[in-house]
Design a binder for this molecule. Structure first.
Ligand code: XMP
Length: 326
């Protein structure tokens, strides 16, 4: 019988054995998986862990401040924030293929981690220990859907599974690789992480980059960020955060439709609301959100985000749809 406490003990022991007296860095995405992975490794090796938060410009509104504030307050972990918007956006320029985007983002993450490890090493001086280990919050479903499970097709390359370079100079530590999301949440609570972190809705590592259908530009990101912030605000205000698994907002950047605002014709872009209910993200059902909540979201987005003149609802389950559009 696996209790949460025994999962924690077993993982902590395994991490200690793997890392020994070495040092590790852990990429924090703002999501629950990397937060729990980091907290587990911190329990195992204490301040020989440094967390790295990459601000890749594909984040949602307020996300960076939340990680810098809440996660550090909860764990006291060493955190380095890296400003990497410029490099991610130039690497993504002109790319609209979903798998290519995922691979580019995965590669840039690794390069930033490698540079950060080198900088930390330089600060520690010649006799400091190397940062040889990279902690990732990979879950069992990520492994399966990236084609790493037995016999599974590659559905999507999760940024931290399918996007890794072959000559990776880190040794990986993935303490959640055998767990599902609900188990990860229980482990997080067991480790003393606050509910605000443990019950945060999933958000993909590649961020808003895979929620823009078409190539990713700063201007499109700003539009999507504004629409996403409104949807999240209204869902929270309606008390629905714990009822839905997540609600991606997707910008159809290559689609335009005619609308009317006041006395004027508009020719703007649609955004898609993708509210889903799920147990483990392997399958999902579209959530029947109350009409009045949908109406508030739609009215506010079309009033407050000038580039968007239409809000549509995705009523596809998984399968056949996936949760994210890319
Ligand atoms: P899909 O779109 O495959 O998503 O049905 C399943 C769950 O995984 C999240 N997701 C990701 N998480 N890196 C992540 O950390 C990724 O590359 C990634 N792609 C999808 C998605 O938000 C959903 O919760």
């Amino acid at each position: 019988q696996w209790t949460t406490a025994s999962i924690v003990d077993e993982q902590v022991a395994r991490i200690r054995e793997r890392i020994g007296g070495g040092r590790a860095i852990c990429g924090l995405s703002g999501g629950v998986d990397s937060a729990v992975a980091a907290a587990l490794v911190q329990r195992a090796i204490s301040d020989r862990l440094t967390c790295v938060f990459v601000d890749h410009g594909l984040l949602r509104a307020g996300e960076r401040a939340q990680v810098e504030r809440d996660f550090v307050a909860a764990t006291g972990v060493n955190l380095v924030t890296v400003d990497a918007e410029e490099r991610f956006l130039s690497a993504l320029a002109g790319v609209s293929d979903p798998e290519q985007k995922r691979k580019i983002i995965g590669r840039e993450f690794i390069e930033v981690f490698e540079e950060t490890a080198r900088n930390l090493q330089a600060e520690a001086g010649e006799h400091g220990q190397h940062y040889d280990f990279l902690v990732q919050g990979t879950l069992y479903p990520d492994v399966v859907e990236s084609g790493g499970g037995t016999g599974a097709a590659n559905i999507k390359s999760h940024h931290n599974v399918g996007g890794l370079p072959e000559d990776l100079r880190f040794r990986l530590v993935e303490p959640l690789r055998e767990l599902f999301k609900d188990e990860v949440r229980r482990v997080g609570l067991e480790l003393g992480l606050p509910e605000t972190i443990v019950h945060r809705q999933p958000f993909p590592g590649p961020g808003l980059g895979i929620r823009i259908i078409g190539d990713v530009t700063r201007q499109r990101l700003d539009v999507l960020r504004a629409a996403d912030a409104i949807a999240r605000e209204e869902l929270t205000a309606a008390g629905l955060d714990r009822d839905i698994w997540q609600c991606p907002v997707v910008l159809l950047a290559e689609v335009r439709s005619v609308g009317v605002q006041g006395d004027f014709r508009t020719y703007g872009h649609p955004v898609v609301l993708r509210p889903v209910s799920s147990e483990d993200a392997m399958t999902a059902d579209w959530t029947r959100l109350p009409y009045d909540v949908l109406e508030r979201i739609s009215t506010r987005i079309t009033n407050e985000v000038p580039e968007v003149n239409r809000v549509v609802l995705d009523v596809t389950s998984k399968p056949p749809g996936t949760i994210e559009w890319e």
